[in-house]
Design a protein around this ligand. Structure first.
Ligand code: AMP
Ligand code: ZN
Length: 114
């Protein structure tokens, strides 16, 4: 997907603050962080969202990256949230599957914004 910004980050053509990378996934800081820790975990291959046929090994690698980020930033101790916006009602703006990893402050008890 030549016009996909996250494909550009995955191929290092678009700069990002990368915090984790392996053969299948890359994790980088969100450009507009909503918490002290706000990292995006993406597959290097393009999938539009979690609804697409994402292979099991990619999903396992994404979970591994989430846990790595949580350990490295200390939010495994304090708590964190993983969000995967999917489609219009969820406000998905980048149509390349990604997981937001958010933590480092009290995120509130509710799942949804007030
Ligand atoms: P979503 O609304 O779930 O599709 O989230 C897309 C996220 O990607 C937003 O939080 C944006 O701030 C973030 N984002 C968009 N472009 C970039 C970029 N070039 N580098 C880092 N984060 C980005
Ligand atoms: Zn893409």
């Amino acid at each position: 997907m030549s016009d996909c910004v996250f494909c550009g980050i995955a191929s290092h053509e678009i700069p990002a603050t990368v915090v984790y990378e392996d053969d299948l996934v890359i994790a980088f800081k969100d450009l507009e962080p909503e918490a002290p820790v706000h990292v995006l975990v993406i597959p290097k291959e393009h999938y539009g969202s979690i609804i697409d046929d994402v292979p099991d090994d990619v999903l396992v690698a994404m979970r591994h990256a989430v846990v790595y980020v949580a350990h490295e930033t200390g939010i495994d101790e304090t708590g964190f949230r993983v969000i995967t916006n999917t489609g219009d009602d969820a406000g998905q703006t980048v149509h390349h599957f990604h997981m937001h990893v958010l933590g480092g402050r009290d995120l509130g008890a509710g799942l949804l914004p007030e």
